[in-house]
Design a protein around this ligand. Sequence first.
Ligand code: ZN
Length: 449
Amino acid sequence: MSTYELIIRNGYVVLPEEVKKADVAIRDGMIAEIGNLIDDKGLEEYEASEHYVFPGMIDVHVHFSEPGRAHWEGFETGSQMMAAGGCTTYFDMPLNGIPSTIDQLALLEKAKIGEAKSVVDFGLWGGLVPGNIDELEGLAKSGVIGFKAFLSATGNDEFERADDLTLLHGMREIAKLDKILALHAESDSITRWLKQGKEEQGLYSADDYAATRPVLAEAEAVERAITYAELTGCRLHFVHISSALAIEKIERAKRRGLDVTVETCPHYLLFNQATLIEKGSVAKCAPPLRERDEQEKLIALLIEGRFDMISSDHSPSPYEMKDPAVHNLFEAWGGISGGQFSLLSMIELAITYDIPLPKLADWIAAAPAERFGLSSRKGQIKEGMDADLAVISLSQNYTVSRDNFYAKHKQSVYMGHTFPCQITATFNKGKLVYDKGEIRKQARGTWLK
Ligand code: ZN
């Protein structure tokens, strides 16, 4: 008989190759044993019968805005919200804080805040912007997970989009540093030109907004970035890809041997342009929610395995910045507040389309861990890995309301949405951080360098 810190009992455990009813034993925050552990004892035991035990989500794409704009969202409530969504590691983007994360000093300042406040583990992206090429090495040495650049305007004055020369110089440097460049791929010229046309005519409807950011704007930017990656040898990760045409170009690059990965977000799979028309600014994002036929193509591509991973692109703001009484749809802050609902969304899709759960676990945990250098510790339920786990019911519904949404600002396209599943508990390195509607606010995560 062995004694463990914790045993999670009788769950359907989502392993890399199968789902198996088993107990999971945890020692020193790591998974020590998986199996029928009836003879063993846990100092604590968690009953997970009739529940599924997933690897905690690794969400490579969230926007908290601390320091500087913590009133939008910060590490405290932001990380609590992620924990409530079954996420045990998130990577924070470099653009929304003041200062933005474009040099070592800003990175270390942000990391300190994260370490003091985050209830789960986190990584930090550094930014590639015009004029900061000399900072990239310092950022890499201090532990950024990778770099992020925008091909179109960012919405934040402090974080400029990368022009073509910045991209080429930056990619060469990032290749040298053996890091990955994540790209928001939409053409600045196309989107700006189309927007100007709409503004001149005073057209601000949901359809008009969507028309300013067409699939072609995404495809053009993807194609150009791939060309530059080929010239420089830089590894790329395309964030929030929203069209079959962009996937076609990325697939072709992969077949040519380029080191490229791609994510999409649940909102492109669950919703479409009709949602933007119906719900307005809470459903505004860039690229925009697509037409229904594009949404269906994206789901088919997901099932075919064309997306490497899923991220939330959680991008919140205060309600005033989205208030339709003050701002038209073009002026409203773009970004969907959905970090808490990514795993639930993917399980909903898995149930609807009969997607095997180990495949889903790969998209939300194993693949991001592998891509960003965490796979020796995270991403799978396997002996020796960190005990980052989400206990989930696939038989209880969950309707999003103000009471069970933990973000700082309670507006989201997901408000009122009913999922056919529910996160029951979340463990970060074996420590319970979320349990049946309650957050363990004293929990602290680690900065993953
Ligand atoms: Zn984003």
